[in-house]
Design a protein around this ligand. Structure first.
Ligand SMILES: Nc1ncnc2c1ncn2[C@@H]1O[C@H](COP(=O)(O)OP(=O)(O)OP(=O)(O)O)[C@@H](O)[C@H]1O
Ligand SMILES: [Mg+2]
Length: 389
């Protein structure tokens, strides 16, 4: 296995996810799924592996929706995926094509829908799913990566109503076709996009029928084994392979992307790995001027998705928590935030803590206290914000 930091992995090189994948299939037996996680945690790797190694009694479609900017483009993409599959069975989407013929006034034999059909995207979407169901006894699973990014693009290119309608019609299709499942995944949290709609009063719960699953980092055992395998296959010299693999896994909180980055750096620089050099590589990755480890989104996300007031609180909370090595109880946290600026708005603190937890910055422990979810991100936050203590 060769190092591949950030690229598309061969499914067999996606390690340590077998148990989780089995769990996801068990969930999908019952209902659809939103797979969320911090960026670079390995969501795309997991869903691509699921599609590549899917059980025989499931028909799976994978589509990266990045770049799709209108509801009609989404329907077009779905049409092409479904038609490609039906063609393997020497079938076509009869109902969909009939509507396209009625709209265009001529026989429709292509795969690119005419623009005249755009206002009818909902009807077309419903028909595509019906056409697929006509020829399918098994469960169908649509894996849609970067789904929230598409919704956001639709909202910007069309409007919020259109994005909300996409969510609503997909929910309707899940309810009317019991053998259809959808998996939404992506680098932006779906909740960020939906909360944005809600602020503008589209307050319904378009995904509350779906199971929400967080993708955790690898287990320590899997992370150590991935590090060892890469060290061996890339012939990276080490002081002691077992000790170094453990040091890498622990230094990157078992997040496979950063793990791959550490070993890639050693390969590129032709460097011998020891506990000390691992530590040095991690620090260099965190402070890299060109953001080689893709960390800046931790700061940028707050500016993009949080309101001005929420942003103010979020930065204060994270700055306070970055400085401490123990979890903080709500009251202590509130007092420390108050020592930074004048506030008595306890509700705002509750709300922003919820947002930061949902966005994977923080965790609440069983005693109710808050701390950074990942020590690595806490470390980055301190470095980025120039916090010295
Ligand atoms: N299970 C794994 N085994 C080995 N490497 C992995 C694994 N999961 C992720 N990686 C590494 O992390 C990188 C990022 O993974 P992936 O693209 O799946 O993350 P993601 O969660 O989809 O990220 P984003 O939120 O940016 O879309 C991969 O290119 C690979 O280097
Ligand atoms: Mg991804």
């Amino acid at each position: 296995m060769k190092v591949n930091a950030g690229g598309i992995l061969d499914p067999k090189d996606v390690v340590g996810r077998d148990r989780l994948i089995q769990k996801l299939w068990r969930i999908l037996k019952r209902r659809s799924l939103v797979l969320s996680a911090e960026r670079r945690m390995g969501k795309t790797c997991v869903i691509r592996k699921m599609v590549a190694e899917s059980p025989e009694d499931k028909l799976c479609f994978f589509r990266d929706l990045e770049g799709i900017e209108t509801s009609f483009e989404f329907v077009q993409a779905l049409f092409q995926d479904v038609e490609k599959h039906l063609a393997t069975k020497k079938r076509i989407s009869h109902r969909t094509r009939k509507l396209l013929e009625n709209l265009g006034g001529a026989k429709f034999e292509g795969f690119t829908m005419p623009q005249i059909a755009a206002p009818h995207w909902k009807d077309l979407l419903t028909r595509i799913i019906q056409d697929l169901q006509d020829h399918q006894e098994h469960m169908v699973v649509f894996f849609w990566d970067e789904f929230p990014m598409m919704l956001q693009a639709i909202q910007q290119r069309e409007n919020e109503q259109a994005a909300m309608e996409v969510l609503n019609i997909l929910r309707f299709l899940r309810q009317t076709h019991p053998r259809i499942r959808m998996v939404f995944s992506g680098s932006i949290g779906l909740h960020n996009v939906i909360t944005h709609f809600k602020r503008r009063s589209f307050a319904n719960e378009p995904i509350n029928d779906m199971h929400r699953q967080d993708l955790p980092p690898l287990t320590l055992k899997a992370a150590k084994s991935l590090a060892s395998q890469l060290i061996r296959d890339e012939q990276v010299p080490t002081q002691n392979e077992i000790i170094v693999s453990k040091a890498i896994a622990e230094a990157v909180d078992c997040i496979p992307y950063y793990l791959q980055n550490v070993i890639e750096k050693a390969v590129i620089d032709d460097q011998k790995l020891s506990v000390e050099t691992v530590e040095k590589i991690v620090t260099q990755g965190l402070i890299h001027p060109l953001d080689a480890w893709d960390m800046r989104h931790y700061r940028e996300r707050i500016s993009v998705y949080y309101s001005e007031e929420e942003k103010f609180y979020a930065l204060a909370i994270l700055d306070v928590l970055a400085q401490v090595s123990v979890p903080l109880h709500f009251d202590t946290l509130f007092n420390l935030v108050k020592s930074r600026f004048v506030t008595e708005d306890i509700e705002m603190l509750h709300l922003v803590l919820k947002l930061l937890t949902q966005d994977h910055y923080l965790l609440q422990n069983t005693e109710g206290s808050y701390h950074f979810k990942f020590p690595l991100i806490q470390r980055w936050w301190k470095l980025d914000r120039g916090i010295t203590q």
